[in-house]
Design a protein around this ligand. Structure first.
Ligand SMILES: Cc1cc2nc3c(=O)[nH]c(=O)nc-3n(C[C@H](O)[C@H](O)[C@H](O)COP(=O)(O)OP(=O)(O)OC[C@H]3O[C@@H](n4cnc5c(N)ncnc54)[C@H](O)[C@@H]3O)c2cc1C
Length: 328
């Protein structure tokens, strides 16, 4: 079976983001017609980007108010786009906006739903989805039956599709009224988040996290230098953020951020379950720890047993050499 799929796009500077490209790749793999949807300021030009990835029909809601409104403000136009496209599946990226949209749209569109999905395919008339649960210790399989489904895919779980330029058509849709009470205060400026100069933690394809084994905030530069050499985001365990060595925005885990990069490097982190649940769905996990019995090695694909104060400078120097970067 194949049915129409509508991909909800997120964009910056007029271009669709990496997570949206992954969703387009998934939509194309399902075999039916694929359409795109974007909303907010700049939606018109971002909608044209769908054509670069083989999606010929896109719906744009050019309304800057939607950037300040909660996800629910998009559901009227999203439903209109799905119906115009003949889509019975709406696919979103597993971002904060995407996850909010899944809940809202599932209720308002009377659709079956799933989030954090890492596999999906048609099977016997239903959309079969799989996703890790219990911090990655088990995988759940669900059949999404009925006429409509809304699915959020897990970031980095799928490859982005190759470009396949297709002449595209962009249809503009009205936004629908947004109640003033739903609008957040207008943003008048953007302050740099306390995350250093690297990519954002939840979007990064490589994350290097440091734990209590780093011993002091003064030593944390060793973790940051390895991250910089790899173009990675920097994360931390709660021991580090509780001690005030780094802000809580760095924390990975149950009470921090959930990340699923292509590569996660845990440095001086023991591997408590509350940390593991936040990074277990990373594609490749590397642990560096002086204690060979540390639980982190149970989830690591590669482990280095040793002293991080010796390993990190050597590893950073080698990465810089291989990547043709000048010695630090
Ligand atoms: C409700 C609740 C929520 C929590 N939420 C989170 C969360 O979101 N994220 C989180 O991370 N934790 C969370 N925790 C805390 C969690 O239980 C652990 O206490 C914490 O993850 C430990 O951090 P750590 O691994 O950095 O420190 P430790 O457990 O102290 O581990 C330090 C590691 O460094 C190694 N080490 C020491 N010296 C070296 C060296 N020279 N070279 C290499 N390795 C070295 C040690 O062998 C050890 O394994 C939560 C706890 C609770 C109760």
């Amino acid at each position: 079976m194949s049915a129409g799929v509508l991909v909800v796009g997120e964009f910056a500077d007029g271009h669709l983001g990496g997570a949206t490209l992954e969703a387009i790749g998934v939509a194309r793999s399902l075999g039916g017609p694929v359409a795109g949807y974007v909303a907010g300021a700049g939606a018109r030009s971002a909608a044209a980007d769908f054509g670069r990835y083989g999606v010929a029909t896109a719906y744009a809601v050019e309304d800057p108010q939607l950037d300040r409104a909660p996800a629910g403000a998009r559901t009227p136009s999203l439903r209109a786009a799905a119906e115009a496209a003949g889509a019975t599946v709406v696919l979103v990226a597993g971002s904060t906006l995407g996850r909010d949209l899944v809940g809202r749209l599932a209720i308002e569109w009377d659709a079956a739903s799933a989030t954090g999905v890492t596999e999906l395919a048609w099977a016997d008339g239903a959309l079969r989805v799989r996703r890790p649960i219990f911090g990655g210790r088990a995988t759940e399989t669900r059949r999404l039956e009925g006429e409509r489904r809304v699915v959020a895919i897990r970031p980095h779980a799928f490859p982005a599709p190759p470009e396949a330029a297709t002449p595209g058509t962009v249809h503009e849709l009205p936004s629908g009224a947004v109640a003033p009470a739903l609008l957040a205060p207008e943003r008048t400026g953007v302050a740099a988040a306390a995350r250093g100069s690297g990519p954002g933690l939840t979007d990064a394809s490589i994350v290097v996290s440091g734990g209590r084994g780093v011993r002091s905030p003064e030593n944390f530069h060793l973790v940051e230098e390895l991250a910089a050499s790899l173009g990675a985001a920097v994360g931390a365990s709660r021991a580090v953020t509780d001690a005030g060595w780094r802000p809580t925005s760095f924390q990975v885990g149950q009470t921090g951020r959930a990340v699923s990069p292509q590569l996660y490097i845990a440095v001086g982190i023991s591997g408590a379950i509350q940390h593991i649940v936040g990074m277990i769905s990373s594609r490749v996990i590397v642990a560096i720890n002086s204690d060979a019995s540390a639980p982190i090695f149970r989830v690591a694909d590669y482990g280095i047993v040793g002293d991080l104060f010796q390993i990190l400078p050597a590893l950073t120097a080698e990465v810089r050499r291989v990547r043709g970067m000048p010695a630090a």
